[in-house]
Structures are given as C-alpha cells and as structure tokens.
Design a protein around this ligand. Structure first.
Ligand code: V07
Length: 264
C-alpha cells in the first residue's frame, strides 16, 4: 500500500530518510486501536465562508461519514467522536435544535453505509435528556447496526467527563452502602467498570486523542480514560479534516514513545 503522507507533518530530512515502504509498514503495524476526536471548528469554518454556524455542522456531519470509513479502512477498532457535550446546551436554542436533528437527518444515508462497512454504532452520554426524536434516531442507529462486528463508532452525545465520574462515584457508593462492595476493594478496575466506556473493553481507553481547530484543551471530554493517551492537536477545522489529516495524526502518534510512565 502506497501512503502519500502530506508535507505538513515532517521536515525535509524526515522525508528523505524514510522510504515509502517504511511508511506503509508503519501504517500497517502501529495503528491505534481506539481513536477519539474532539470535532472542533465547524462554526469557524462556516464563518470564514459567511455562512450560518449550522452550515458548518452540516458539513461536519459529512466529515463524520468520511472519517468513519477512513478509520475503519485503516483498521481502527473504536472511533469515539465528541458530538455534543453537556455544556453545549448553553448555545443558542436554534443551534441546539439543529444539532439534535442531525442524528435523525443522517440516519437514512449513513446507517446503510455503516452496515455495508460492518461498523457498529454505540452511544455514550445522558441520552434520556435528549428530545424524543433524537433518542429514537440514536436507538435506531444502534439497533440497526447491532449485528455488525467490525469497528465501533462510539458517539459521545450529551456527554461530560466530570458528570460521568460523578455518576460512577454514585454507583460505587451505592454498592458500598448495599454491602455489595467494601470501600477497600475499590480499585482502578472498579472505576473502569462504572464508566460509560466499560462496554468498549478491551479498548475502553483511547490510544490517540485528536482535537481539531487549533484548541489545545480537553474541555471535559474523556478524563479518566485519557490518562495514557497520546494527544495530537491539529489546526485543521473539522469540516476540512480529511483521510490524509487522519493519517498525519496517526503518523504523529506512531513517532512517540508510549512508555506508560515506566522505563523503555
Ligand atoms: C453532530 C456533526 C459533527 C460535527 C460536530 C458536532 C455536530 C453525528 C452525529 C450522530 C450521533 C448519533 C448517531 C448518529 C449521528 C451527531 C450531533 C451532532 C448531536 F446515532 N454528528 N453529529 N450528533 N455533529
């Protein structure tokens, strides 16, 4: 497989020192199993074109479709996308309403392609707080792809990292007060099991977290789960994010030593 790495990630010497074969081999051998993405920059993409913010979200949805197929083709096992945060309710109601229609609007064109590609939809977040039509669309996407055995496309929808931890602490406290668990038996695994990513095991934690649009913050996305993740930030706005940008981010991931705090 010939991989055409774009120019923006490496220096001239990199390019001359590595062969196409090296690059292709690397791409085949060190693909992160769980990739999580903060899809930022839709509003800015629209603004630059003198379009309403929602036009950026619509284009962002097209990028979701494209990048899902790219990640699946590269051999990614779990792709987690931050679609709507618990903080996004503060946006103008017209924008929130538009976003809440996206899962339903995308259903007819997206789900058949997901089934063909053997991709299973999973959703994590406080789904019961979403409008009925959004809940229905999400549940349909999950049900219609339930038999798929390939990549998991995991949407974080009305999700917040701190809220997730609060929920987990409450669940664990309840188990202690019910005498089902001793407080001294609480370990990392107890917390893992009570987070919304528990069903993604053995790939609950992202290997690679990407944030687009030049912002370098976590913004209450996955907190516990990114303890050892490689963080890659790109200036590319989400609607402009391409198959090549994904490969560039994975290339950066591949260049880093993942030592988990221990010795090499
Ligand atoms: C949303 C589009 C991508 C750019 C960033 C935010 C806006 C896909 C979904 C989705 C979620 C569940 C599902 C099917 C599709 C989605 C919202 C926003 C609220 F089952 N993209 N996307 N949902 N954006």
């Amino acid at each position: 497989m010939y991989i055409n790495w774009s120019d923006n990630v490496f220096s001239k010497s990199d390019k001359t020192n590595r062969t196409e074969l090296d690059t292709a081999k690397q791409l085949n051998e060190h693909i992160p199993e769980h990739v999580a993405i903060i899809m930022d920059g839709n509003g800015r993409w629209a603004q630059k074109r003198h379009l309403p913010r929602v036009a950026g979200h619509r284009e962002g949805m097209n990028t979701v479709k494209k990048i899902t197929m790219s990640a699946n083709n590269l051999g990614v096992k779990v792709l987690t996308l931050y679609a709507f945060s618990t903080e996004n309710w503060k946006r103008p109601s017209s924008e929130v309403n538009f976003l809440m229609r996206l899962p339903g609007d995308s259903f007819d064109t997206f789900v058949p392609d997901l089934i063909k590609a053997n991709v299973r939809v999973n959703v994590m977040g406080y789904i019961d707080q979403l409008p009925d039509y959004t809940q229905k669309a999400v549940k349909n996407a999950i049900a219609n792809t339930a038999q798929c055995t390939g990549m998991v496309l995991n949407f974080a929808l009305n999700y917040g990292g701190r809220a997730e931890l609060v929920t987990a602490v409450r669940k664990i406290a309840q188990q202690v007060s019910d005498h089902k668990l001793n407080s001294d038996e609480i370990t990392d695994e107890t917390i893992d099991e009570n987070l919304m990513t528990a069903s993604l095991k053995p790939n609950a934690d992202p290997d690679l977290l990407i944030r687009t649009s030049g912002e370098e913050r976590i913004s209450n996305f996955l907190l516990w789960q990114i303890a050892y993740s490689e963080l890659v930030f790109t200036d590319v706005l989400w609607p402009d994010f391409s198959d090549q940008t994904l490969k560039d981010c994975i290339y950066q991931y591949q260049q880093r030593n993942r030592r988990f705090g221990g010795l090499k």
